[in-house]
Ligand binder design. Structure first.
Ligand code: ADP
Length: 395
């Protein structure tokens, strides 16, 4: 072999070596690429799952529509809100959305598309319970097509709370203004000369005093309700002897009962103990007996009874033999400021909050309150409350 041939041979061998080396590198790089792709695939699958979990855990409903109003994406909240089946992707709005909201929803989407910006709208969903929904809509430009992202906020509860708050403020203002204007009116009459007439001035001063008391009761009841509502009032539950509690209420209200010649009676076993906050329970029983005296029959009787129900709960009943409460008002009497007879309640210094407080106190003990009444047959309020362990042993 000449020098030239040897040189060529060496060159070929070197080239072959390079080629082999390069191939080895290529194989490694290919394996590396495959591994990366697999990892990325896993990663994006994981990300996708996370995104779905995130979407489904949202309180707001999410809906994405493509340019032809076909559904691209929904989350669990939206499906629940609109009553959609699980798999609606690919369906048109007509096919997937209930008739009740279809037209309004399409109108909203069209408006967003036209404006090409964030839009707010409200939908009144009437299927089942009516719901009020706020919608934020946003256009997403994807290639040539325009997609729409809609986020649904269910504001029904918020609206209800807002209405309750507004009604409450209006009621409180009215309740405060009535005695206040009476006090002002009688004071002005006195100042205009009635003060010189001893009979009139005494009468007017008594009226002023009565309405000032009413303002005081109202403020006390409002504070009690505010405390109960705030949830900050811890119930100090102890074994509470019902008979002793009823006797304290009787002592506090005996003078008031005597004024209307009403006899106060109790029928409670001596060993009946409730698992209750004594002060709060006494306030509830006081409110019931106070009402029974106010609305009971002149010369009649009011009874506080106690027993153990077949369900193993303590039952406390306050019964009178007055006019009673009409059937249609039996549920409403526990609402704040509701009165069957407004004039009578005001005349007797009522605040319209007594039974709302009773209900709140009983519920805070995990108990229930019910009313049995018929017109002309008196009223009987029954509280069902947990027994204390001491009483359970003796049942
Ligand atoms: P009020 O301060 O007006 O008495 P309550 O919340 O205690 O407010 O009671 C609400 C309404 O329920 C009263 O205004 C009255 O019309 C009715 N009511 C309550 N207790 C009785 C009862 N024992 N007999 C008849 N009506 C009653």
């Amino acid at each position: 072999m000449g020098n030239m041939e040897a040189f060529l041979m060496i060159l070929m061998l070197a080239a072959l070596g390079w080629a082999l080396l390069l191939r080895g590198r290529l194989v490694t790089a290919e394996a590396e690429l495959q591994r990366c792709c697999a990892e990325q695939g896993e990663q994006s699958e994981r990300q996708l799952l996370q995104q779905h979990a995130l979407l489904d855990s949202m309180v707001e409903g999410v809906l994405v529509l493509d340019a032809e109003n076909h559904i691209e994406l929904t989350n669990a909240s939206l499906r629940q809100l609109l009553g959609l089946v699980e798999d609606v992707n690919g369906l048109s709005l007509e096919e997937a959305v209930p008739v009740a909201v279809r037209a309004e929803l399409k109108e909203l989407v069209a408006a967003v598309r036209e404006a090409g910006e964030l839009r707010e709208g409200e939908l009144q969903l009437n299927g089942g319970d009516p719901k009020l929904v706020h919608i934020n809509a946003h256009c997403l430009q994807r290639g040539a097509g325009q997609h729409t992202l809609l986020v649904f906020h269910n504001v029904t509860r918020l609206k209800e709370l807002e209405n309750t708050r507004r009604d409450f403020v209006a009621n409180v203002s009215h309740e405060l203004r009535t005695p206040l204007s009476l006090i002002k009116g009688f004071t002005e009459t006195l100042m205009d000369g009635a003060v010189d007439d001893p009979k009139k001035s005494r009468e007017f001063l008594q009226t002023i005093d009565k309405h000032a008391d009413r303002l005081g009761y109202l403020i006390d009841d409002l504070l009690t309700l505010a405390q109960l509502d705030s949830g900050r009032l811890a119930m100090n539950r102890q074994p509470t002897n019902l008979r002793a509690l009823a006797e304290r209420v009787e002592d506090d209200l005996r003078a008031k009962a005597t004024k209307r010649s009403i006899e106060l009676k109790t029928d409670i076993p001596a060993d009946l103990h409730l698992d209750a906050d004594g002060d709060r329970l006494q306030q509830a029983v006081f409110n019931l007996v106070d009402n029974a005296i106010k609305y009971g029959r002149t010369g009649g009787s009011v009874t506080i009874e106690g027993c153990v129900s077949i369900k193993g709960m303590a039952e406390v009943a306050v019964a009178d033999d007055g006019e009673g409460i009409p059937a249609e008002s039996v549920e409403q009497v526990f609402e704040r400021f509701f009165r069957v007879d407004k004039a009578r309640s005001r005349e007797t210094g009522g605040t319209g909050l007594g039974l709302a407080i009773v209900k709140h106190i009983v519920h805070s003990h995990g108990g229930k309150v019910r009313l049995e009444s018929r017109i002309g047959k008196g009223a009987r309020f029954i509280l069902s409350l947990p027994l204390a362990a001491v009483s359970e042993e003796t049942v």
